[in-house]
Design a protein around this ligand. Structure first.
Ligand SMILES: *[C@@H]1O[C@H](CO)[C@@H](O)[C@H](O)[C@H]1NC(C)=O
Ligand SMILES: *[C@@H]1O[C@H](CO)[C@@H](O)[C@H](O)[C@H]1NC(C)=O
Length: 275
């Protein structure tokens, strides 16, 4: 009985994960947000919908359902590639693929002058942003490491999940061949026809907001995974020490209204988390 209930839940977990993913895409539509097949689970996880727990209350405790879903996501995560930003086909003006690049999502070519800076249509996402992979890779890295470490915490025998998290974090922050540079000098770029002149903006800190999840993930990993060494922690900490300096002295002025909105909140949240 116990075994078949678990099996049913596992199947439901898998099906539900797909449903969540579809539901989220439906709600938030932008058809442009087709999940990247390399990490479809990330979307479901980040836009998790607690109604899944509500609907299952009759058959099992929330906790049991959550564990099944988590282990489903974690086992997919364990088979994912190593996430990093060096794969991007569009290079930043520095020509250095270790510089994180994101485009301002609401900007479109100027119909009056194709060479001019693009113009803003608030709320209208330009599907062009999908040419870039840095932010999707970052989301995948942070979401999958969080899931994997949580999975390892709940199931101490699941060292594959902890090894996965360890591999991802090492690649992103430490590995000289793969790591991201600790800055967002090319975040939320407003484009024009000449990529060599593209400049980042303060808003770029929004593109990397998920980094704020990393320090607590590492803290946990260090406690439960002996193969994660003090040297590994130092590597990640050094990265955040540098990034904190960048955040405290960003090369861009926040725009007037940015100081009172979600941009400033994400900035403050990151500054606090990286101390
Ligand atoms: C980047 O590459 C382009 C095209 O090769 C070149 O024109 C530009 O000067 C390079 N920029 C830098 C900063 O090296
Ligand atoms: C800032 O917000 C106010 C109120 O919404 C608006 O009137 C003003 O034009 C905005 N300023 C800028 C620079 O966007």
């Amino acid at each position: 009985m116990q075994a078949s209930l678990l099996l049913t839940l596992a199947l439901l977990g898998v099906v539900s994960a797909n449903n969540l993913e579809r539901r989220w895409i439906k709600i938030d539509t932008p058809a442009v947000f087709t999940p990247n097949p390399a990490f479809p689970y990330v979307w479901a996880w980040q836009h998790q919908d607690n109604s899944i727990l509500e609907t299952k209350k009759d058959s099992a405790s929330d906790d049991a359902v959550a564990r099944v879903i988590l282990s489903g996501f974690a086992s997919k995560a364990n088979h994912s590639p190593v996430f990093h930003i060096r794969k991007s086909e569009v290079v930043p003006p520095s020509n250095d693929t270790s510089d994180f690049l994101s485009f301002a999502p609401y900007w479109w070519p100027n119909p009056e002058d194709p060479k001019a800076e693009w113009v803003k249509k608030d709320g209208e996402i330009n599907p062009d942003i999908l040419k870039l992979t840095c932010q999707a890779e970052l989301s995948a890295m942070t979401a999958s490491t969080r899931m994997s470490v949580t999975q390892g915490l709940l199931n101490p025998t699941d060292t594959a999940s902890l090894a996965h998290a360890s591999r991802q974090l090492h690649a992103w922050f430490v590995d000289p061949e793969l790591r991201m540079k600790p800055n967002v000098n090319y975040g939320q770029v407003v484009r024009n026809a000449d990529p060599s002149t593209w400049k980042g903006r303060f808003e770029g800190i929004l593109s990397v907001r998920q980094l704020a999840f990393v320090p607590s993930t590492v803290e946990l990993l260090e406690k439960i995974y002996p193969q994660w060494t003090a040297q590994d922690t130092k590597g990640v900490k050094d990265w955040f020490t540098e990034f904190l300096q960048w955040l405290l002295n960003p090369p861009f002025q926040p725009e007037e209204n940015t100081s009172k909105n979600n941009h400033r909140t994400y900035w403050a949240c990151q500054v606090v988390e990286y101390q």
